[in-house]
Design a protein. Structure first.
Length: 138
């Protein structure tokens, strides 16, 4: 693979010895082509980045759901794998499938989240009711 000659700078004297300043005409054209090509590439990269940012902004709700679901899957995967590894058996003697293990884990996670929500919201509702009842006397 032959290397392309590096274009000389615009102010570099020519080797012809005639006293002319600057590169020859073909060298200048090649330099101009490279500058234009680089400018076009930079502009395309900037445009693609702006379009990608705009698309991400417009789809931010969907992207948030995807990120949250990936996080939930990453957190619950070891539990599902452990449940499968424990070797739960059906009445028929066959091991529980991954789908059944996933369902068990998701139902359990939902029940735990619901219990935490009830434990947290019950005192808040009770105190808000007491505050609303005692508000006219304050």
């Amino acid at each position: 693979m032959a290397k392309e000659p590096v274009p000389r700078l615009l102010l570099e004297p020519t080797s012809s010895g005639t006293g002319e300043e600057g590169p020859s005409r073909p060298e200048r054209r090649e330099f101009d082509r490279r500058v234009v090509r680089a400018a076009v590439i930079v502009n395309i990269v900037v445009l693609v980045t702006l379009v990608a940012a705009l698309l991400a902004w417009r789809l931010r709700a969907l992207l948030l759901l995807v990120v949250v679901s990936l996080f939930a899957a990453a957190v619950l995967h070891p539990i599902v794998a452990g449940l499968q590894r424990l070797g739960m058996r059906r009445a028929s003697g066959r091991p529980v499938s991954r789908g059944v293990a996933t369902t068990i884990v998701f139902v359990g996670a939902f029940l735990v989240a619901s219990a935490i929500g009830i434990v947290i919201t019950h005192p808040v509702i009770t105190e808000a009711t007491h505050f609303a009842v005692s508000l006219p006397q304050l």
